[in-house]
Ligand binder design. Sequence first.
Ligand SMILES: [Zn+2]
Length: 365
Amino acid sequence: MKLSQLTAYLESLAPLAYQEDYDNAGLIVGHPDQEIHQALISLDCIEAVVDEAIATGCQLIISHHPIVFKGLKKFNGKTYVERVVEKAIRNNIALYAIHTNLDNIHTGVNARICQTLGLQNCHILSPKHGLLKKLVTYVPNAHADRVRNALFHAGAGNIGDYSECSFSSAGSGTFKGGDDTSPFVGEPGERHTESEIKIETVYPANLESKILMALVLAHPYEEVAYDLYNLTNQHQQIGSGMVGELEVPMDEERFLFLVKDRLQAQVIRHTELRHKSVKKVAVCGGAGGFLLKQAIAAGADFFVTADYKYHEFFDADGKIVIADVGHFESEQFTQQLLLEIIQKKFSNFAVRLTETNTNPVKYYI
Ligand SMILES: [Zn+2]
């Protein structure tokens, strides 16, 4: 298939608009029209992974971490980043990264960690603001259903697990067309009053142009009246980290054993145990230290994450147990997640997991 078919699908699940400012998710090397027959999935895109793609006949590497974060000025093989990009281009291998946009969706990296640890009733630990907007439009009675359906189909009206959410109220609209108009009802130059339905619905801001296009196509009027509002509501399904509960509370040492076992961690660095049972657990794949306050506020007994520094461990302050399992360890199952997402949608497309262990951290035990 075309590379763009696959990336468009991945971006319908994890829109690029949901990535953090510092990130560089998306198509890094390659052309959207390029034909692809097989993809290789890896947490990191390092030289050994490009070699593996060449050896196994893959035309695309999908990695969680982008190989390029900042502008590259020279390509003379001095750094591993330059060498990876150069080798990929020379061998016609596309590089695609699905990073913080996959972290920030409620079915992404952190959902997979929750699932691996057997957590239930999971929700986003720190939902994002500013991602939702509201559309209000005015439609003649007979066309209200058609417009509502078009808006829902384009992605409006989703609140949590509910879809097709809207509010309608009846009223009358007035308009007077200019000399060059051909109004759907009424005559140019005369004020017309029409019974209309006011439809209100929420939508994710990144879908705005698609939703407005659907509105204009479905609405019978020559000029469609609509209002767009910014909302300060949180988007409950988009944001950082997750929190969930163990089915049965367990003691702290047993929980640490479970984490070590399930996340295949060779070592867990953790703060002092609190001698109480563990029920609620916050998680964040990769460097999650910025979420400690939210984890404590959520009432979590444990915060399973990575990349903690010495002084940051003090912040646990007896209120929670921080468990640093390692960056790679916390995110490694993202590879299986991506494999499943792609195989479910494109059952005939060949996709494989890397056999390279890309963890740059080694343990001397
Ligand atoms: Zn990471």
